[in-house]
Ligand binder design. Structure first.
Ligand code: ITT
Ligand code: NA
Length: 199
């Protein structure tokens, strides 16, 4: 089968590709449908924003669509940037976002720099807006004082995973896809989606 992932973020798209490929599932992303309108993420929660993306794109394409809304929650910042993670520094720019995060945590010691990444996935079928499948995943870590590693995307160079003694950006894609918030959400989706899609 083919699944449309409602993302334009190439980092996310690569991770979904790696995780679904081993199950024989092809994915398409919004990069394959350049004519689609921009979906405004006006919701107040990850789930609302993922639903906005999944429901609208499914209705337009008349295909099942899986949307990912994710973000970074930093305890010392009362959970920010949260749902605003993509645009923390104004526009969608990983370097600017990371610089702002480091700046806001200036002087905060390592043990108080706890954080987690969160993903909500919403799977939507065309014309069935009340039948969305919703799952979540998260991973705990700490915000580094200096970026480490070149892999991944977004806040990965600043997100330290204590169990592995590495930043997310120091993990290979396979390693990240074994422990990440997105991987856990997909794990939670795995036992559910085939029956849901068939019904
Ligand atoms: P789409 O809406 O097109 O999927 P986006 O990048 O705007 O792309 P989100 O609204 O979910 O996606 O914003 C998520 C932001 O959170 C993303 O831009 C990154 O800065 C950050 N983020 C999400 N997952 C991440 C990950 O696995 N590693 C590092 N940063 C991540
Ligand atoms: Na978002």
């Amino acid at each position: 089968p083919t699944i449309v992932i409602a993302t334009k973020n190439p980092g996310k798209a690569q991770e979904f590709h790696a995780m679904f490929e081993k199950e024989g599932i092809q994915i398409k992303t919004l990069l394959d449908y350049p004519e689609l309108p921009e979906i405004n993420e006006t919701g107040q929660t990850f789930e609302e924003n993922a639903r906005l993306k999944a429901d609208q794109i499914a209705a337009i394409l008349q295909l099942p669509v899986l949307a990912d809304d994710s973000g970074l929650m930093v305890d010392a910042l009362d959970g920010r940037p949260g749902i605003y993670s993509a645009r923390f520094a104004g526009d969608h720019n990983d370097a600017g976002n990371n610089a702002k995060l480091l700046y806001e945590l200036t002087g905060v010691p390592a043990e108080k720099r706890t954080a987690h990444f969160h993903t909500t996935l919403v799977f939507a079928k065309p014309d069935r807006p009340n039948d969305d499948l919703v799952v979540e995943g998260s991973v705990n870590g700490r915000i580094l004082g200096i970026p480490r590693g070149d892999n991944g995307f977004g806040y990965d160079p600043l997100f330290y995973v204590p169990e592995l003694d590495k930043s997310m950006a120091e993990l290979s894609m396979a390693e990240k896809n074994a422990i990440s918030h997105r991987a856990k959400a997909i794990e939670n989706l795995e036992p559910l989606w085939r029956d849901w899609l068939a019904k």
